[in-house]
Design a protein around this ligand. Structure first.
Ligand SMILES: [Fe+2]
Length: 390
Protein backbone atom coordinates (compact mmCIF):
# COMPACT_ATOMS: atom_id res chain seq x y z
CA UNK A 1 0.00 0.00 0.00
CA UNK A 2 1.31 3.49 -0.79
CA UNK A 3 2.50 5.82 1.96
CA UNK A 4 0.11 8.68 2.61
CA UNK A 5 -0.93 11.48 4.92
CA UNK A 6 -4.51 12.14 6.03
CA UNK A 7 -5.52 15.52 7.39
CA UNK A 8 -8.86 16.94 8.56
CA UNK A 9 -7.94 19.35 11.36
CA UNK A 10 -11.34 20.86 12.08
CA UNK A 11 -14.59 20.34 13.95
CA UNK A 12 -17.55 19.56 11.67
CA UNK A 13 -20.96 19.66 13.30
CA UNK A 14 -23.42 17.83 11.05
CA UNK A 15 -27.18 17.29 11.14
CA UNK A 16 -30.66 18.80 10.82
CA UNK A 17 -30.77 21.64 13.35
CA UNK A 18 -26.95 21.72 13.80
CA UNK A 19 -27.02 25.52 13.46
CA UNK A 20 -28.41 25.69 17.00
CA UNK A 21 -25.13 24.29 18.35
CA UNK A 22 -23.31 27.44 17.20
CA UNK A 23 -23.26 29.14 20.64
CA UNK A 24 -21.73 26.10 22.33
CA UNK A 25 -19.21 25.30 19.58
CA UNK A 26 -18.12 28.84 18.62
CA UNK A 27 -17.41 30.02 22.16
CA UNK A 28 -13.81 31.17 22.52
CA UNK A 29 -13.10 31.45 18.79
CA UNK A 30 -13.20 35.27 18.89
CA UNK A 31 -14.80 38.40 20.31
CA UNK A 32 -16.01 40.13 17.15
CA UNK A 33 -16.96 38.34 13.94
CA UNK A 34 -17.20 39.53 10.38
CA UNK A 35 -20.07 37.53 8.88
CA UNK A 36 -19.42 37.23 5.15
CA UNK A 37 -22.37 36.37 2.97
CA UNK A 38 -23.81 36.64 -0.55
CA UNK A 39 -25.69 39.45 -2.25
CA UNK A 40 -29.05 37.69 -2.22
CA UNK A 41 -31.86 39.46 -0.41
CA UNK A 42 -34.18 36.42 -0.23
CA UNK A 43 -36.24 36.63 3.00
CA UNK A 44 -34.90 33.21 4.19
CA UNK A 45 -31.40 34.62 3.85
CA UNK A 46 -32.14 37.81 5.81
CA UNK A 47 -33.71 35.68 8.55
CA UNK A 48 -30.69 33.37 8.63
CA UNK A 49 -28.20 36.25 8.97
CA UNK A 50 -30.24 37.57 11.90
CA UNK A 51 -30.32 34.12 13.50
CA UNK A 52 -26.54 33.65 13.13
CA UNK A 53 -25.87 37.08 14.68
CA UNK A 54 -28.10 36.06 17.57
CA UNK A 55 -26.46 32.67 18.06
CA UNK A 56 -22.97 34.22 17.92
CA UNK A 57 -23.93 36.76 20.56
CA UNK A 58 -24.99 33.85 22.81
CA UNK A 59 -21.38 32.62 22.39
CA UNK A 60 -20.10 36.03 23.52
CA UNK A 61 -19.19 37.06 19.95
CA UNK A 62 -20.52 40.36 18.58
CA UNK A 63 -20.74 40.63 14.79
CA UNK A 64 -21.03 42.85 11.74
CA UNK A 65 -22.03 41.78 8.23
CA UNK A 66 -20.32 42.02 4.81
CA UNK A 67 -22.98 41.01 2.27
CA UNK A 68 -21.47 41.78 -1.12
CA UNK A 69 -20.11 38.39 -2.23
CA UNK A 70 -20.95 37.52 -5.84
CA UNK A 71 -20.86 34.24 -7.80
CA UNK A 72 -17.21 33.60 -8.77
CA UNK A 73 -16.00 36.13 -6.17
CA UNK A 74 -13.55 38.81 -7.32
CA UNK A 75 -10.22 39.62 -5.70
CA UNK A 76 -11.50 43.19 -5.26
CA UNK A 77 -14.39 41.86 -3.11
CA UNK A 78 -11.88 40.00 -0.89
CA UNK A 79 -9.86 43.21 -0.46
CA UNK A 80 -13.00 45.12 0.49
CA UNK A 81 -14.03 42.47 3.06
CA UNK A 82 -10.51 42.42 4.54
CA UNK A 83 -10.54 46.21 4.92
CA UNK A 84 -13.88 46.04 6.74
CA UNK A 85 -12.52 43.26 8.96
CA UNK A 86 -9.38 45.27 9.86
CA UNK A 87 -11.13 48.63 10.25
CA UNK A 88 -13.64 47.12 12.68
CA UNK A 89 -11.22 45.04 14.74
CA UNK A 90 -12.83 41.70 13.89
CA UNK A 91 -10.89 38.66 15.12
CA UNK A 92 -12.86 35.81 13.50
CA UNK A 93 -14.53 35.45 10.09
CA UNK A 94 -17.76 33.57 9.45
CA UNK A 95 -18.52 32.39 5.91
CA UNK A 96 -22.29 32.01 5.64
CA UNK A 97 -23.78 30.65 2.41
CA UNK A 98 -22.35 28.62 -0.47
CA UNK A 99 -18.77 28.23 -1.66
CA UNK A 100 -18.32 31.88 -2.60
CA UNK A 101 -18.90 33.44 0.87
CA UNK A 102 -17.02 30.61 2.58
CA UNK A 103 -14.05 31.14 0.25
CA UNK A 104 -14.10 34.92 0.81
CA UNK A 105 -14.14 34.27 4.59
CA UNK A 106 -10.86 32.36 4.12
CA UNK A 107 -9.22 35.06 1.98
CA UNK A 108 -10.41 37.77 4.36
CA UNK A 109 -9.09 35.91 7.44
CA UNK A 110 -5.63 35.93 5.84
CA UNK A 111 -5.63 39.38 4.20
CA UNK A 112 -6.82 41.14 7.36
CA UNK A 113 -3.64 40.21 9.25
CA UNK A 114 -0.93 40.18 6.54
CA UNK A 115 0.56 42.70 4.12
CA UNK A 116 -0.70 43.21 0.61
CA UNK A 117 -3.85 42.68 -1.41
CA UNK A 118 -5.54 39.55 -2.74
CA UNK A 119 -3.83 39.90 -6.13
CA UNK A 120 -0.40 39.67 -4.42
CA UNK A 121 -1.19 36.10 -3.32
CA UNK A 122 -2.44 34.90 -6.73
CA UNK A 123 -0.11 33.20 -9.27
CA UNK A 124 2.47 35.75 -10.43
CA UNK A 125 1.84 38.00 -7.37
CA UNK A 126 4.65 39.15 -5.10
CA UNK A 127 3.55 36.98 -2.14
CA UNK A 128 2.35 33.98 -4.20
CA UNK A 129 5.28 31.84 -3.04
CA UNK A 130 5.55 33.18 0.50
CA UNK A 131 5.71 30.17 2.84
CA UNK A 132 2.64 29.59 4.97
CA UNK A 133 4.83 29.65 8.10
CA UNK A 134 5.48 33.37 7.47
CA UNK A 135 1.78 34.21 7.21
CA UNK A 136 -0.95 34.58 9.81
CA UNK A 137 -4.66 33.89 9.67
CA UNK A 138 -7.70 34.62 11.83
CA UNK A 139 -9.89 31.68 12.89
CA UNK A 140 -12.58 30.79 10.34
CA UNK A 141 -16.11 29.47 10.89
CA UNK A 142 -18.05 28.11 7.91
CA UNK A 143 -21.82 27.67 7.85
CA UNK A 144 -22.78 26.08 4.56
CA UNK A 145 -26.23 26.58 3.04
CA UNK A 146 -25.54 24.60 -0.15
CA UNK A 147 -24.34 21.06 -0.69
CA UNK A 148 -21.52 21.87 -3.06
CA UNK A 149 -17.92 23.15 -3.14
CA UNK A 150 -16.95 21.35 0.09
CA UNK A 151 -15.20 24.54 1.18
CA UNK A 152 -16.34 23.90 4.75
CA UNK A 153 -14.12 20.79 4.80
CA UNK A 154 -11.04 21.92 2.87
CA UNK A 155 -7.98 24.15 2.93
CA UNK A 156 -8.89 25.50 -0.53
CA UNK A 157 -10.53 28.68 -1.82
CA UNK A 158 -11.10 30.05 -5.31
CA UNK A 159 -10.94 33.67 -6.46
CA UNK A 160 -11.11 35.54 -9.78
CA UNK A 161 -8.92 38.50 -10.69
CA UNK A 162 -11.18 40.76 -12.81
CA UNK A 163 -8.12 42.37 -14.47
CA UNK A 164 -6.90 39.22 -16.24
CA UNK A 165 -9.85 36.83 -15.56
CA UNK A 166 -7.51 34.32 -13.88
CA UNK A 167 -9.42 32.06 -11.48
CA UNK A 168 -6.96 30.04 -9.42
CA UNK A 169 -7.70 27.70 -6.54
CA UNK A 170 -5.36 28.51 -3.65
CA UNK A 171 -4.69 26.43 -0.54
CA UNK A 172 -3.20 26.95 2.92
CA UNK A 173 -3.58 24.61 5.87
CA UNK A 174 -4.71 27.53 8.05
CA UNK A 175 -7.79 27.78 5.83
CA UNK A 176 -9.28 24.63 7.33
CA UNK A 177 -12.14 26.21 9.31
CA UNK A 178 -11.90 25.89 13.08
CA UNK A 179 -15.60 25.06 13.00
CA UNK A 180 -17.99 24.06 10.22
CA UNK A 181 -21.73 23.75 10.60
CA UNK A 182 -23.40 21.49 8.03
CA UNK A 183 -27.14 21.69 8.61
CA UNK A 184 -29.31 20.15 5.84
CA UNK A 185 -32.32 22.17 7.06
CA UNK A 186 -30.54 25.30 5.82
CA UNK A 187 -30.46 23.73 2.33
CA UNK A 188 -34.18 23.11 1.95
CA UNK A 189 -34.80 26.47 0.26
CA UNK A 190 -31.95 26.18 -2.24
CA UNK A 191 -33.28 27.08 -5.75
CA UNK A 192 -33.30 24.15 -8.23
CA UNK A 193 -30.49 25.57 -10.35
CA UNK A 194 -28.24 25.96 -7.29
CA UNK A 195 -29.13 22.44 -6.10
CA UNK A 196 -28.17 21.08 -9.53
CA UNK A 197 -24.92 23.01 -9.98
CA UNK A 198 -23.66 22.52 -6.44
CA UNK A 199 -24.75 18.87 -6.37
CA UNK A 200 -22.75 18.22 -9.52
CA UNK A 201 -19.74 20.02 -8.06
CA UNK A 202 -19.90 17.42 -5.27
CA UNK A 203 -19.91 14.65 -7.86
CA UNK A 204 -16.86 16.10 -9.63
CA UNK A 205 -14.97 16.56 -6.36
CA UNK A 206 -15.67 12.95 -5.49
CA UNK A 207 -14.96 11.41 -8.88
CA UNK A 208 -11.84 13.51 -9.46
CA UNK A 209 -10.47 12.63 -6.01
CA UNK A 210 -11.21 8.98 -6.86
CA UNK A 211 -9.29 8.96 -10.15
CA UNK A 212 -6.59 11.46 -9.13
CA UNK A 213 -3.03 10.16 -9.15
CA UNK A 214 -2.82 11.70 -5.67
CA UNK A 215 -5.64 9.45 -4.36
CA UNK A 216 -4.89 7.57 -1.14
CA UNK A 217 -6.67 4.65 0.55
CA UNK A 218 -8.29 7.18 2.89
CA UNK A 219 -9.41 9.69 0.25
CA UNK A 220 -10.69 6.96 -2.11
CA UNK A 221 -13.02 5.39 0.42
CA UNK A 222 -14.58 8.80 1.17
CA UNK A 223 -14.78 9.67 -2.53
CA UNK A 224 -16.46 6.36 -3.40
CA UNK A 225 -19.15 6.87 -0.77
CA UNK A 226 -19.72 10.46 -1.94
CA UNK A 227 -20.15 9.30 -5.57
CA UNK A 228 -22.65 6.64 -4.45
CA UNK A 229 -24.64 9.20 -2.44
CA UNK A 230 -24.82 11.76 -5.28
CA UNK A 231 -25.87 9.17 -7.86
CA UNK A 232 -28.59 7.94 -5.49
CA UNK A 233 -29.87 11.31 -4.23
CA UNK A 234 -29.32 14.25 -6.60
CA UNK A 235 -32.31 13.43 -8.82
CA UNK A 236 -34.44 12.92 -5.69
CA UNK A 237 -33.66 16.39 -4.26
CA UNK A 238 -34.31 17.97 -7.66
CA UNK A 239 -37.71 16.26 -7.82
CA UNK A 240 -38.54 16.72 -4.10
CA UNK A 241 -36.65 19.74 -2.76
CA UNK A 242 -38.16 19.30 0.72
CA UNK A 243 -36.94 15.71 1.14
CA UNK A 244 -34.78 16.18 4.24
CA UNK A 245 -33.28 12.67 4.07
CA UNK A 246 -32.09 13.18 0.48
CA UNK A 247 -30.87 16.71 1.35
CA UNK A 248 -28.95 15.23 4.29
CA UNK A 249 -27.39 12.60 2.03
CA UNK A 250 -26.27 15.32 -0.41
CA UNK A 251 -24.91 17.45 2.45
CA UNK A 252 -22.94 14.49 3.80
CA UNK A 253 -21.70 13.64 0.28
CA UNK A 254 -20.51 17.23 -0.05
CA UNK A 255 -18.56 17.12 3.19
CA UNK A 256 -17.07 13.70 2.38
CA UNK A 257 -16.07 14.87 -1.11
CA UNK A 258 -14.50 18.00 0.41
CA UNK A 259 -12.34 15.87 2.71
CA UNK A 260 -11.54 13.62 -0.27
CA UNK A 261 -10.19 16.49 -2.41
CA UNK A 262 -8.38 17.99 0.60
CA UNK A 263 -6.40 14.74 0.67
CA UNK A 264 -6.52 13.36 -2.90
CA UNK A 265 -6.83 16.52 -5.03
CA UNK A 266 -8.88 17.33 -8.13
CA UNK A 267 -7.80 16.63 -11.72
CA UNK A 268 -8.05 18.32 -15.12
CA UNK A 269 -11.85 18.64 -14.89
CA UNK A 270 -11.47 21.33 -12.21
CA UNK A 271 -8.21 22.47 -13.78
CA UNK A 272 -9.96 23.23 -17.07
CA UNK A 273 -13.31 24.42 -15.66
CA UNK A 274 -11.79 27.25 -13.65
CA UNK A 275 -10.64 29.20 -16.72
CA UNK A 276 -14.14 28.80 -18.21
CA UNK A 277 -15.66 30.31 -15.04
CA UNK A 278 -13.01 33.04 -14.99
CA UNK A 279 -13.67 34.12 -18.57
CA UNK A 280 -17.43 33.56 -18.90
CA UNK A 281 -18.69 33.84 -15.27
CA UNK A 282 -20.51 30.51 -15.80
CA UNK A 283 -21.66 28.77 -12.61
CA UNK A 284 -18.93 26.44 -11.35
CA UNK A 285 -21.04 23.27 -11.65
CA UNK A 286 -22.05 24.14 -15.22
CA UNK A 287 -18.45 24.84 -16.26
CA UNK A 288 -17.45 21.44 -14.86
CA UNK A 289 -20.29 19.58 -16.61
CA UNK A 290 -19.43 21.20 -19.95
CA UNK A 291 -16.05 19.44 -20.15
CA UNK A 292 -16.12 16.49 -17.72
CA UNK A 293 -17.35 13.71 -20.06
CA UNK A 294 -14.71 14.71 -22.63
CA UNK A 295 -11.92 14.76 -20.03
CA UNK A 296 -12.87 11.23 -18.95
CA UNK A 297 -13.13 9.96 -22.54
CA UNK A 298 -9.78 11.56 -23.44
CA UNK A 299 -7.75 10.35 -20.44
CA UNK A 300 -9.06 6.87 -19.44
CA UNK A 301 -6.33 4.92 -21.20
CA UNK A 302 -3.71 6.13 -18.71
CA UNK A 303 -5.35 4.06 -15.94
CA UNK A 304 -8.22 1.84 -17.17
CA UNK A 305 -8.54 0.07 -13.79
CA UNK A 306 -9.45 3.16 -11.79
CA UNK A 307 -11.70 4.61 -14.55
CA UNK A 308 -13.53 1.26 -14.74
CA UNK A 309 -14.08 1.37 -10.96
CA UNK A 310 -15.44 4.90 -11.33
CA UNK A 311 -17.82 3.83 -14.10
CA UNK A 312 -19.16 1.08 -11.83
CA UNK A 313 -19.63 3.54 -8.95
CA UNK A 314 -21.65 5.71 -11.34
CA UNK A 315 -23.91 2.75 -12.14
CA UNK A 316 -22.51 1.40 -15.43
CA UNK A 317 -23.70 -2.07 -16.40
CA UNK A 318 -21.26 -4.98 -15.85
CA UNK A 319 -18.62 -5.25 -18.59
CA UNK A 320 -14.92 -5.94 -18.90
CA UNK A 321 -12.49 -3.40 -17.49
CA UNK A 322 -11.54 -1.81 -20.80
CA UNK A 323 -15.15 -1.36 -21.91
CA UNK A 324 -16.14 0.15 -18.56
CA UNK A 325 -13.19 2.57 -18.61
CA UNK A 326 -13.75 3.55 -22.25
CA UNK A 327 -17.41 4.27 -21.50
CA UNK A 328 -16.73 6.20 -18.29
CA UNK A 329 -17.40 9.53 -20.07
CA UNK A 330 -20.68 8.32 -21.56
CA UNK A 331 -21.78 6.86 -18.21
CA UNK A 332 -21.32 10.32 -16.71
CA UNK A 333 -23.14 11.88 -19.67
CA UNK A 334 -26.18 9.66 -19.03
CA UNK A 335 -26.32 10.88 -15.42
CA UNK A 336 -26.01 14.49 -16.59
CA UNK A 337 -28.97 13.90 -18.93
CA UNK A 338 -30.96 12.46 -16.01
CA UNK A 339 -30.35 15.57 -13.84
CA UNK A 340 -30.67 18.08 -16.70
CA UNK A 341 -27.08 19.27 -17.04
CA UNK A 342 -25.81 17.71 -20.29
CA UNK A 343 -24.33 20.93 -21.71
CA UNK A 344 -21.53 22.09 -23.99
CA UNK A 345 -18.80 24.61 -23.30
CA UNK A 346 -20.09 26.51 -26.35
CA UNK A 347 -23.45 27.02 -24.62
CA UNK A 348 -21.58 28.78 -21.77
CA UNK A 349 -19.97 31.24 -24.17
CA UNK A 350 -16.68 29.47 -24.92
CA UNK A 351 -15.56 30.01 -28.52
CA UNK A 352 -12.83 28.48 -30.66
CA UNK A 353 -10.85 31.71 -30.46
CA UNK A 354 -10.79 31.57 -26.63
CA UNK A 355 -9.28 28.09 -26.48
CA UNK A 356 -5.54 29.00 -26.56
CA UNK A 357 -6.08 31.51 -23.72
CA UNK A 358 -8.14 29.05 -21.65
CA UNK A 359 -5.52 26.32 -22.09
CA UNK A 360 -2.69 28.66 -21.10
CA UNK A 361 -4.65 29.83 -18.03
CA UNK A 362 -5.38 26.23 -17.00
CA UNK A 363 -1.65 25.51 -16.76
CA UNK A 364 -0.83 28.88 -15.17
CA UNK A 365 -3.52 28.89 -12.48
CA UNK A 366 -4.43 25.21 -11.94
CA UNK A 367 -1.28 23.30 -12.76
CA UNK A 368 -1.62 21.15 -9.62
CA UNK A 369 -5.01 19.82 -10.74
CA UNK A 370 -3.83 19.27 -14.33
CA UNK A 371 -0.86 17.25 -13.11
CA UNK A 372 -3.03 15.10 -10.80
CA UNK A 373 -4.50 13.54 -13.96
CA UNK A 374 -3.06 10.07 -14.71
CA UNK A 375 -2.56 11.01 -18.35
CA UNK A 376 0.26 13.52 -18.66
CA UNK A 377 -1.55 16.33 -20.44
CA UNK A 378 0.22 18.76 -22.77
CA UNK A 379 -1.00 22.20 -23.77
CA UNK A 380 -2.14 20.65 -27.05
CA UNK A 381 -4.13 17.91 -25.21
CA UNK A 382 -5.92 20.53 -23.14
CA UNK A 383 -6.74 22.57 -26.26
CA UNK A 384 -8.09 19.39 -27.92
CA UNK A 385 -10.34 18.65 -24.93
CA UNK A 386 -11.75 22.20 -24.96
CA UNK A 387 -12.33 21.88 -28.71
CA UNK A 388 -14.18 18.56 -28.37
CA UNK A 389 -16.32 20.07 -25.60
CA UNK A 390 -17.62 23.05 -27.63
FE1 LIG B 1 -15.49 22.53 -7.22
Amino acid sequence: MKEFEFIIPERIVFGAGAINKLPEKARGLGKKALIITGKSSRPEKTELVKKVKDLLSQAGISSIVFDKVEQNPRSTTCNEAAKMCRDNGCDVTVGLGGGSPMDVSKFCAMLAVNDGQMEDYMPGGKYASKPESELKCLPIICITTTSGTGSEATQFAVVTNPENENKPGLGYDFWYPKLSIVDPELMLSMPAEVTRNTGLDVLYHALEAYISNGATPASSILAAEAIRLVIANLKTVLDNPADIEARSAMAWANTLAGIAIANGGTIAIHGMAHPIGGHTDAAHGAALSSIAPTVLAYTWKANPKVYAELAKLMGAAEADEETLAANCGSTLKSFLQLVGNDITAGSLGVTNEMIPVLAKDAFFTMEGAISNTWMKLTLNDVEQIYKKSL
